[in-house]
Write a protein that binds this ligand. Structure first.
Ligand code: HEC
Ligand code: HEC
Length: 472
């Protein structure tokens, strides 16, 4: 009798053990920093892409190296690292501070703000479709040879995060969540910068956009030729699509090609090089590379303003005008943007108003809100450790007296004790003072700043709050 009673118990026990072993799950969150990871891993390794994104023309661009295939546990670790401001020296900036999911993993500032308030040299880049770039080089000037190499560069960059890798290894080993996450991803809890690089590269490669209006329309008509109209798009969008793909009109797809809307290398796209950024030539020192920049994917382009490596254009209208009649002559101007031959003058498209608005409408159809709100790529920290686009928030900290004459007190009410970066900017936005502090209050002494309106900007864990102050 007892045997019969025990039997189902043992069976249930065995079943649970087997199931627990079969379904891997992320390590439980720790007590200190609160992590909100799913019970079962999100799927990063085998994201089911629609047929038009599984064609050889796109899949051959995949830069995943044999030595670092994307796994669910690896990308999960990468996600935590990506959103963790511990990666910056003073713990105020995360990767996500400059690569915001709601903005297709780019930044709306022309130049992004680093951990000490300094500005980056160029406009931040969208990370959607980073995986589909065949030469595997990263940054506007392609200076990183692989994504694994790229991911460690912002950490050590003196403007962006300013952190030494050996210090970071020690800092992460000191948390109660990283050793378990590293163990889940790599088999042992050892924390090395190589492993960080691999995990972050896995996470970045997993970031794919495939659910825009265009994708839905494309799925309904899988056989349609690239410049043929799609029933799921409006006539206006289809007109723009024809301009985009037609070699005799926009020819945009010559560079922003394939279903990823990406290229196979860097090009000179006729920007007036007023700011003298040499682009790829700054790395190769080759004349032929002057003014060549990596071609960004145009998926979600409505979210990635401002545009180009220096953020010179604020709207898509300006971008279209550039390609229409604004191309600057340059020996390296791509042949795709020339009249007639490879040595012809910059081409003048003279698009009609309908073609221009159509082109912009088509670019809008590439916006994928399922992508920008997908939890897989979102901030895993419960208290929002990073950089969801945070509107200026006035509560939670006080500044007094205001107006002030010799000093101003900053006091934090509601926010938990952590490190804060504090910046003072003048009305034109120029940085005048920078410091960082831990705890709840700071006294900022006036240093000869003339009377007038100023901005006090405080940031922590990738979030930023701004208040106006007046020096009397
Ligand atoms: C302070 C802002 C800032 C931070 C922090 C930052 N980035 Fe960036 N990121 C940029 C800017 C700006 C660029 C373009 C720089 C250039 O090309 O010179 C860029 C470029 C990139 C690219 C190249 C994309 C491409 O298609 O070539 C990747 C990938 C990337 N960042 C990932 C990361 C990761 C991972 C982290 C965290 C470890 C990070 N970034 C932290 C601002 C930032
Ligand atoms: C010769 C290759 C080439 C062609 C053809 C081309 N582009 Fe580009 N495009 C580029 C390059 C290179 C950049 C980045 C340049 C930079 O930032 O310095 C770029 C950038 C852009 C950007 C800004 C993206 C961002 O996130 O900053 C948009 C939008 C764009 N192109 C749209 C178009 C449209 C629309 C057409 C067709 C009318 C077109 N492009 C044709 C090479 C090309």
């Amino acid at each position: 009798m007892l045997r019969w009673l025990l039997f189902p118990v043992i069976l249930a026990f065995l079943l649970c053990t087997v199931l627990a072993w079969r379904i891997p799950s992320p390590p439980a969150p720790s007590a200190g920093d609160c992590l909100n990871l799913p019970e079962q891993y999100f799927n990063y390794a085998h994201i089911e892409l629609p047929a038009h994104l599984q064609t050889p023309s796109l899949q051959t661009l995949d830069n995943t190296p044999d030595g670092n295939p994307t796994t669910d546990a690896g990308a999960t670790l990468g996600r935590v690292l990506f959103y963790d401001s511990k990666l910056s020296a003073n713990q105020t900036v995360a990767c996500a501070s400059c690569h915001k999911q709601a903005l297709a993993f780019t930044d709306d500032a022309t130049l992004s703000t680093g951990f000490e308030g300094g500005f980056t040299g160029r406009n931040s880049m969208s990370l959607a479709m980073a995986r589909f770039y065949a030469n595997g080089h990263f940054f506007w000037d392609e200076r990183a040879a692989t994504l694994e190499e790229q991911t460690l560069m912002p950490i050590q960059d003196p403007v962006e995060m300013g952190m030494a890798l050996d210090e970071l290894e020690a800092r992460l080993a000191n948390t109660d969540y990283y050793p378990a996450l590293f163990e889940a991803a790599f088999g042992t809890p050892e924390i090395t910068s190589d492993r960080m690089a691999m995990a972050m590269a896995q996470f970045v490669r997993s970031i794919v956009s495939y659910r825009s209006k265009y994708d839905l329309a494309r799925q309904e008509a899988p056989e349609a030729a690239p410049d043929a109209p799609l029933p799921g798009l409006t006539p206006e969008e289809n007109l723009g699509k024809a301009v985009f793909f037609s070699p005799s009109r926009g020819n945009c797809s010559a560079c922003h090609g394939t279903e990823g809307f990406v290229a196979f290398g860097a090009f000179n796209n006729g920007l007036d090089l007023v700011y003298a950024d040499p682009g790829k030539a700054g790395i190769t020192f080759s004349q032929q590379d002057i003014g060549l920049f990596k071609v960004p994917s145009l998926r979600n382009v409505t979210l990635t303003a401002p545009y180009m490596h220096d953020g010179r254009f604020t709207t898509l209208e300006e971008v279209v005008d550039h390609y229409d009649t604004g191309l600057a002559a340059h020996p390296n101007l791509s042949q795709f943007l020339r009249e007639g031959s490879a040595t012809g003058p910059p081409r003048q498209l003279n698009l009609t108003t309908a073609e221009k608005t159509g082109l912009i409408a088509f670019l809008h159809s590439l916006t994928d809100t399922a992508f920008t709100s997908d939890e897989r790529w979102s901030d895993p920290f419960c208290n929002g450790a990073s950089a969801a686009v945070e509107p200026v928030k006035q509560d939670g900290w006080r500044v007094f007296p205001n107006p002030a004459s010799s000093m101003v007190n900053v006091h934090i009410d509601a926010l938990p004790g952590q490190a804060f970066a504090l910046m003072l900017r003048n009305a034109e936005g120029r940085l005048l003072y920078y410091t960082y502090f831990e705890g709840r209050s700071y006294q900022l002494k006036r240093q000869g700043w003339p009377a007038g309106l100023y901005f006090l900007e405080m940031s922590s864990r990738g979030k930023r709050w701004v208040k106006q102050i007046v020096w009397q």
